[in-house]
Structures are given as C-alpha cells and as structure tokens.
Design a binder for this molecule. Structure first.
Ligand code: SAH
Length: 399
C-alpha cells in the first residue's frame, strides 16, 4: 500500500470535504503531481495542513478517489474492510432472509463507505465491480472481508477500469465453485436467468426491483404493454405475470431476442404469446404511429447515452422528445412509466421534462407514483449524485 500521501485540498473545497462529501474530485486537488500510484492511501489536508479525511487514490470517470474515513486515527487495514462489509451485510439481513428474492446488492460504493466498490449477490454467488485500479489494489482485503462475513459459493469480478471504454471479460471468475449458467435467481418469486461470466451486464438490473413489483401487482392486469429499451425483457416478464393482455418488448441489440425468450421461458410463459422486436425504438415509434397502434402502458428505460446508426440519444437533452413519442401511442387513461439512471439531473428536472412533453403535445397528465433506488442500493446523504435512479408513473388523461 505504501506510505500515505498528503493531498492539499483547494480552499473552496475544504468545507465540502469537512462536511463529509466522499468524492475526491480532480479539481479539488492542489498537488496532482504528488499522486503516482493508484491505490495509495491519501491524507486530505487544508492549506494549513489540518487533517480533513483519509482516502485512496483511484481514477474513475467521477473523480480521483474516495474518502474512506474522517477519523485521523483509523487504520485502513483488514479490520477496516471487515467492518465495512459486516455493516453492509447487517443492513441487508432482511434480504438474506427473504427466500423469494435471492438477487440483490450487498455493497453500494460510497453509500456503504467505500466509493468505487460494488458487490452484488446472486443466490450465494457474488459479483464484485471494481471501478478503478486504485480500489482493485485492495482486492485481497476485500475478498477476505467478504469471506469473513458471508458464505461464498463463488466470486466473479467486473474490472470497470483499464481499457478505453471497452469491457474485457477474460478473467471474470475469481474463486469458488462455478455454477452452471444460466444461474436461476429469484426476485419476489419471479425467476431470472443470469450469467455472471458474460461481460459487464449479467441479465438483470437489480435497482428496478420495486418498479417491477409495482407493475406486476398494481398496473399490468388486462393491459397491453410496450416495453421500450427492453434488454432481457424483465419489465415484460413482470407485466405478463401480472396479467397483461400482451407485452411488446423492443430493443436494438440482437442478443435481446434470445435473452427475452429465455426470461419468459424460465417463468413458464410461452414466448410465442408475447411480442419481441429487435429494432431501434425510434423506428418502432414511427411504425406504431403508421399502424395506429396504441398501448395501455408504455415503459421507457433508456440508457443515459446511446449511439444508434442515425443519432445519439442523451437523456439530459432528448428525454422530452422520447416522452412525446410515447404520449402519441399511449391510450387515454394509459400509463407511461418513465425511468432514467442519468445522474446529471435530478427528479425535479426529470419532472420538468414530463411537464414540457405533455405541454407540447397539448396533453394532460397525473403523476401516480415515483421511485428512486431501493434500500439495498444504499446511498449517502453526503453524495446526492449517487441516488441516480428516477422512475415516474404517469397517467395520460383524456382530452
Ligand atoms: N429496461 C431494461 C434495461 C435497459 S438497458 C431492463 O429493465 O432490464 C438499455 C437497453 O437499451 C440496452 O439493452 C440497449 O441495447 C438498448 N438500446 C439502446 N439504444 C436503443 C435504441 N435506439 N433502440 C432500442 N434499444 C436501444
């Protein structure tokens, strides 16, 4: 680990760090040149060399590292990591005890006190996501801490650093007994086929659990459902199990077809009774308008940024237009479920996109309910940006 390096925090950032802000932003560091090796422990000090916090140096898109403690005497050693993972485990006890949900997040980065580190649990198998070389250098401690805390069947890892945006998945497997894939996990009694060894995405986004349940239990019955940006069709599966008349899942990626068939199949829904379309959603909107297709429920869950052949979608710029497209093919009294994982704007701004879209379409709407991250995706009140998920259920009203 080497010796601790002092980081001089620039004056205008001192208060923020002193109050608990956990990210070490590049622009807050006065002596960048002193940072050499990722994984070095750093002491954040003010201009008078007064101690502010201790953390590690690790470069990721968000910044240059994370604060680990505000206590000067804390040692960053095995027992530090043991304690963090144990606390995270205690907080998720209800999840570990719930036999109907076997896939959830055990450790959520800065929300659990270590930015850049995420650990997800899939029925006794664990996936560790390392967001920088810096945090990866603590690998042995963290794996040991995990083993000290829970019973580990196997561990996989996602190195979300090196390479220029490209994900390499050569050594996803770390240790233990490899399960057969697909591994079948459960969420509120529904099955998911997941692949822990197959690139950055395993087949399900765990943060939408409450949204899926709500769709199944409160909104799907008797409805026609259009699921845009459907990936493996998780929302469609829950809608079908909730009694929807028919689901249509639309995604650009070729893999989405076999993956969606698989998710229906493992839940004993005949995929033939559902509609799965491999197509650009913007093309599908045009197609639906031309064919006068309308839906009782339209789900929008785009990535924050996406490049397709024709143009680049950016949630911050294009969400209003996406909503307008959805409004035009939603039945009166139908529901639009608008979701975004974009951390560059907040719920208030997201609602302003909704307001603008309906205004520009001369439509009326009512907000039914809204969701942010579920409890296992613990966030820190000192780092609001970490609470990225925003989902709003919107009813389109007559006239
Ligand atoms: N709603 C999904 C997750 C969506 S992930 C779920 O609940 O699991 C984003 C998906 O959008 C990816 O599968 C990607 O292939 C797809 N995508 C990105 N741009 C697209 C476009 N223009 N048209 C259709 N799908 C697109």
């Amino acid at each position: 680990m080497g010796k601790e390096i002092d980081i001089k925090v620039k004056a205008r950032f001192v208060n923020k760090i002193a109050k608990g802000f956990p990210l070490i932003a590049k622009e807050s560091i006065g002596n960048l040149n002193d940072l050499q090796n990722e994984g070095s422990l750093v002491r954040l000090v003010d201009e008078n060399n007064r101690f502010l916090a201790k953390g590690y140096y690790g470069k990721q898109n968000k910044g240059y590292g994370w604060v680990l403690t505000q206590k000067e005497n804390d040692k960053i050693d095995q027992s530090f990591f043991n304690e963090k993972i144990r606390t995270a485990y205690d907080y998720r006890k209800p999840f570990f005890e719930d036999t109907e949900t076997t896939a959830f997040r055990l450790f959520n980065g800065e929300g659990d006190g270590i930015g850049g580190l995420i650990i997800d649990h899939y029925d006794g198998h664990y996936v560790i996501s390392w967001y920088s070389k810096g945090i990866y250098s603590f690998k042995d401690y963290i794996i040991k801490a995990l083993q000290n805390t829970v019973e580990v069947k196997s561990i996989y890892q996602k190195k979300r650093f090196d390479t220029k945006g490209q994900y390499v998945d050569e050594d996803d497997f770390v240790m233990g007994e490899q399960p057969e894939f697909p591994l079948l996990v459960k969420e509120n009694g529904v099955r998911f086929a997941v692949y822990l060894n197959d690139g950055a995405m395993v087949g399900v986004f765990l943060d939408q659990r409450e949204v899926r349940r709500t769709i199944r239990d409160k909104y799907a019955k008797g409805k026609t459902v259009l699921n845009m940006f459907s990936y493996t069709g998780a929302f469609s599966v829950f809608a079908a199990l909730g009694g929807s008349v028919k689901t249509t899942s639309v995604d650009l990626a070729n893999r989405s077809l076999p993956k969606t068939i698989e998710q229906f199949s493992v839940n004993e829904i005949d995929p033939e009774t559902q509609n799965i379309v491999v197509m650009d959603v913007f093309k599908y909107f045009k197609y639906a308008v031309k064919k006068a297709l309308k839906f009782d429920m339209v789900i929008l869950d785009p990535p924050s940024f996406a490049k397709s052949k024709k143009f680049t979608f950016s949630a911050g710029k294009d969400y209003t237009n996406l909503l307008k497209d959805a409004i035009s093919i939603t039945e009166d009294n139908g529901v639009i479920i608008a979701s975004t994982n974009c951390s560059t704007f907040d719920m208030k701004k997201f609602k302003s996109f909704i307001e603008a879209a309906f205004r520009e379409m001369n439509g009326k709407y009512e907000l039914m309910e809204e969701f942010s991250l579920p409890t296992d995706f613990k966030t820190s009140s000192d780092y609001k940006e970490g609470n990225y998920l925003k989902v709003v259920f919107i009813k389109k009203i007559n006239g």
